[in-house]
Design a protein around this ligand. Structure first.
Ligand code: ARG
Length: 569
């Protein structure tokens, strides 16, 4: 789009007596294709000339009538706007040439210029099964990682495991009392979780258990070897379980820095808040009064000396800044922790860290499953692994029915099943609660991953049938791509880099997800009215080139959401 803005602003600048760069900034992309390709709003000029913007637009159009540039072919006034129309052949040539030249890189940019973004995501709590509560953070965090990377940032994915706190004292007591090595080996995380639940049940009638647990946690904090060994074992077994899920999802973390990673830094945090007079002692506890900022007081150390989740997050933020020198530190965590992050950022500000404003909470709503479709061993606890396996199973059934002859059904089922869960989440505005409905997320005609994957596979199949797997772009093809559906298709493809940028800027993968639905929809419309495998060799070649470009955009876009696009399904 840059060369288009450049040319138009060069022509307009002298007419409107503004700097060319200012004109370029003012140019907008109109919402409807009838309104042209770039529009200059005439309000500023109108108020300067003390005329109506409609009149100004008409006058500008008058002075450009009959003129054209290389990239634009006409300018027309519509209300307060001066609309420029691109030369479709030049535009199509430019864009398709670029898609073919950039291939897998089409859509990427270097806007981030190597700046580091730390992304804290997934972050489950050890000794607990990986519940559905953590799916959103996992899927959204991973997509943001990929999207920001495509904008030229260096991304660091950190899994801030919940691996510290008084609950580990309870876990140790429970395991020492009732634990069984064999059962632990068989199904570690679920077994540990059952022991944890049992601890709470038994502690109701035997309060001494709580005291014993406090003691064990204290030993753990003091580094007593037996306590540490238990903790290490539980942590290791939990991690192995989570890694199976991450493998299935194709996710790798740069660091598993759980809460415990910051234990050695906590004394410094406490010292700093005291030195800077940010915290006050109250009843033996250490508190930051945030009333002035409309926030409730934040506790950083309890009476008994124990530190808290917040203390560890303060240490983690400083560690991340000192280690990675981030331009942004993102926390992909549910909206219910909003207050926690507000307090964290405020305290970092009070401590005088200018980078505090670069610590950004990326909240999201709850996920619910439509009644009755999901029951699990753990009663109300919905396990992510089961959700994923179930989705793959349902996808396999559908594929079996639709395409029984397919060679690699297993990879297709995985791609479709995992894609359904991911896209079912990512296509929604993240701040909203979502209801997960199996029938909807696996609907081939709905706003789903499989709808997009299917368009992609269909294009691959047309290209295969045409024997056109290795295509090279040639500019003459653009002369043939002039019907409405084709023009619309190409304009949509042109929007891809901008959509990635918009997703990155607002940390909303949904922008990209919704866009991909539009690409698939435009393709289906195009395909419906413009047959590809026609007799005319030049037209056929031009259309093959076009759908090949569509395939590239679908593939690149899905990849940024962590979704695989199979060539056959
Ligand atoms: N383990 C936490 C939970 O499950 C999420 C941690 C998020 N990250 C952070 N730096 N606080 O609720």
């Amino acid at each position: 789009m840059d060369q288009y803005k450049e040319e138009i602003s060069r022509v307009l600048a002298p007419l409107v007596s503004l700097e060319q760069s200012r004109v370029a900034e003012l140019l907008e992309e109109p919402p409807e294709p009838e309104m042209g390709d770039l529009a200059f709003p005439c309000y500023i000029l109108a108020s300067r000339r003390k005329q109506s913007p409609v009149k100004v637009a008409a006058e500008l159009a008058q002075s450009l009538s009959g003129k054209r540039g290389v990239y634009w072919e006409k300018a027309m006034a519509q209300g307060p706007y001066l609309n420029f129309y691109f030369d479709p052949v030049v535009f199509n040539q430019d864009l398709l040439r670029r898609i073919f030249a950039e291939g897998e890189d089409y859509g990427k940019s270097n806007r981030g210029r190597g700046g580091t973004v730390v992304i804290d995501y997934s972050s489950p709590n050890i000794c607990k099964p990986f519940g559905i509560g953590h799916i959103r953070s996992t899927v959204i965090g991973h997509a943001l990682y990929l999207i920001l990377e495509a904008q030229g940032y260096r991304c660091i994915g950190v899994n801030h495991l919940g691996d510290w706190g008084t609950q580990f004292g309870k876990m140790i007591v429970a395991y020492r009392r009732w634990g069984d090595d064999q059962q632990l080996k068989e199904d570690p995380v679920n077994y540990l979780y059952r022991l944890y639940v049992r601890f709470h049940r038994e502690a109701e009638s035997e309060p001494a258990l709580e005291e014993e647990a406090r003691l064990w946690f204290k030993r753990l904090e003091e580094g007593q070897p037996e306590a540490v060994d238990y903790w290490k074992l539980f942590r290791q077994l939990s991690l192995e379980n989570y890694e199976q899920i991450y493998d299935l999802l194709g996710i790798k973390f740069d660091y598993y820095h759980g809460e415990s990673h910051y234990n050695d830094l906590l004394d410094d945090v406490i010292r700093l808040v005291q030195e800077k007079g940010v915290a006050t002692e109250s009843d033996g506890a250490l508190i930051v009064d945030l009333e002035k900022y409309g926030l409730p007081p934040a506790m950083l150390r309890k009476k008994d000396g124990a530190t808290l989740y917040l203390t560890r997050d303060l240490a983690a933020a400083q560690y991340r800044y000192n280690t990675f020198n981030f331009v942004k530190a993102l926390y992909v965590v549910g909206a219910e922790q909003k207050l926690h992050f507000q307090q964290m950022v405020k305290i970092l500000e009070l401590l005088g860290f200018p980078w505090a404003r670069d610590c950004i909470h990326i909240p999201f709503g709850l996920i619910r499953f439509k009644e009755g479709r999901m029951s699990t061993r753990e009663g109300n606890m919905i396990l992510l692994e089961e959700v994923l396996q179930r989705s793959i199973r349902l996808a396999r059934e559908i594929i079996e029915e639709k395409n029984p002859g397919l060679k690699d059904k297993e990879s297709a089922a995985r791609a479709v099943g995992l894609g359904a869960v991911r896209f079912g989440d990512l296509s929604n505005d993240r701040v909203k609660d979502i209801e997960f409905d199996w029938d909807k997320v696996l609907d081939f005609t709905g706003e789903t991953a499989v709808y997009i994957q299917y368009a992609h596979a269909r294009i691959c199949s047309i290209l295969r049938r045409a024997g056109a797997t290795e295509l090279t772009w040639h500019d003459d093809a653009a002369d043939f791509l002039t019907c409405e559906e084709e023009k619309k298709m190409i304009k949509t493809l042109a929007a891809f880099p901008g959509k990635i940028a918009a997703s990155a800027e607002s940390y909303r993968p949904s922008i990209l997800a919704r866009y991909l639905i539009e690409v698939a929809r435009d393709f289906n419309r195009f395909y419906h009215s413009c047959p590809v495998l026609v007799d005319d060799p030049e037209l056929r070649q031009a259309r093959l080139l076009l759908i090949s470009a569509v395939r590239q955009v679908l593939k690149n876009g899905l990849a940024l959401l962590g979704i695989v696009a199979p060539e056959e399904m």
